[in-house]
Design a binder for this molecule. Structure first.
Ligand SMILES: Nc1ncnc2c1ncn2[C@@H]1O[C@H](COP(=O)(O)OP(=O)(O)OP(=O)(O)O)[C@@H](O)[C@H]1O
Length: 305
């Protein structure tokens, strides 16, 4: 369990994290989604003891990270896979962590196996690893102490599609086993694939949070008919929203069955009826975060100056 309560971090004039509150529950994968500069990394750094909040609290298993007796046994952390020491082999990296945590040597083999790094790869220097291999090694290090909680910052960066699938399965299995997973990403599709709960952050503030199903419901239903205006009128007449798209489709907040029924009741033959697609969902999230996206603001103020 992770509890973030009114967390705020100010750097001089920049408020990187602004009154952020959310909970990541055991047995669930919580996705922390936001554009670049939104405050994800700062939040995760505060959570894992790499900085002091200006105000508010971040707790893992009810305690501040710094107050955990041997944090590596409670929480596995991967914040920046590219920051691992390039001169060490993967095996040396893991062995060092295993000794620091006071774990039996067999844990090293166990986690190498878990992340599918071969013995030959484990003997190579990290500087010769691809980013995807570094992510696997970072995940292996995070899992060494058999923690109950995993905190991962953009873990899918550098992974190929098979690697992304592997990561998704690993996080799913970890949560299904009762673990708590918090992972950040700036890509909705990545979060959508694995998260049960989603917290959306923009400009340091939480702009939306809920279960994935709740948030995806915002993507609505796509309905198409020969006369989109009549279809839209039927939907709004039945008490739903109706947004006609340029291609003649209409997006509505009605569920699939309700949208079909509203069209049927108005005598309209539907030619397409399906859940709103990922692209429109991506647009929803972009719209949600664009006003609060720091880069956009910076560019805008730069252009105005
Ligand atoms: N040490 C620091 N000093 C000053 N400003 C900082 C510092 N660390 C972060 N910031 C600022 O805080 C804001 C949030 O940064 P943060 O790295 O947490 O965002 P992010 O959501 O993780 O984005 P990214 O994916 O680009 O890392 C940014 O505007 C960043 O420039």
């Amino acid at each position: 369990m992770i509890t973030i309560d009114a967390l705020t971090k100010r750097y001089r004039e920049v408020t990187a994290v602004d009154d952020v509150s959310f909970t990541a529950l055991p047995g669930r994968v919580t996705g922390f989604l936001g554009p670049n500069g939104a405050g994800k990394s700062t939040t995760l750094r505060l959570l894992t003891g790499l900085g002091e909040p200006t105000s508010g609290t971040a707790r893992v298993l009810g305690r501040r990270y710094a107050d955990l007796p041997n944090p590596g046994l409670d929480v596995g952390v991967l914040l920046d896979a590219s920051a691992q020491h390039g001169g060490r082999t993967g095996l040396e990296t893991l062995t060092l962590a295993q000794r620091t945590l006071g774990l039996p040597a067999r844990r090293v083999d166990a986690v190498l196996d878990l992340v599918s790094l071969t013995a030959a790869e484990a003997h190579r220097r990290v500087r010769d690893y691809s980013l995807g291999m570094r992510q696997r090694l970072g995940v292996a290090t995070a899992l060494l102490g058999e923690p109950q909680v995993l905190v991962l910052d953009e873990p899918a960066n550098g992974l190929d599609p098979a690697g992304i699938r592997w990561m998704r399965d690993l996080l799913r299995a970890f949560a299904d086993d009762g673990g708590t997973v918090l992972l950040s990403s700036h890509l909705l599709t990545e979060i959508q694939m694995v998260a049960d709960d989603i917290v959306v952050i923009g400009h340091g503030r939480v702009v939306a949070q809920g279960t994935k199903d709740e948030l995806l419901a915002g993507a609505g239903t796509l309905v198409r008919a020969a006369d989109p205006a009549a279809l839209a009128a039927a939907l709004t007449g039945a008490g739903f929203t109706a947004a006609p798209a340029a291609d003649g489709a209409v997006t509505t907040d009605a569920g699939l069955a309700a949208a079909g029924a509203a069209a049927f009741a108005a005598g309209i033959a539907v030619t397409e009826l399906r859940a709103g697609d990922g692209a429109s969902l991506e647009e929803t999230f972009l719209a949600l975060t664009t006003d609060t996206q720091r880069d956009t603001l910076d560019r805008a103020s730069g252009a105005a100056a």
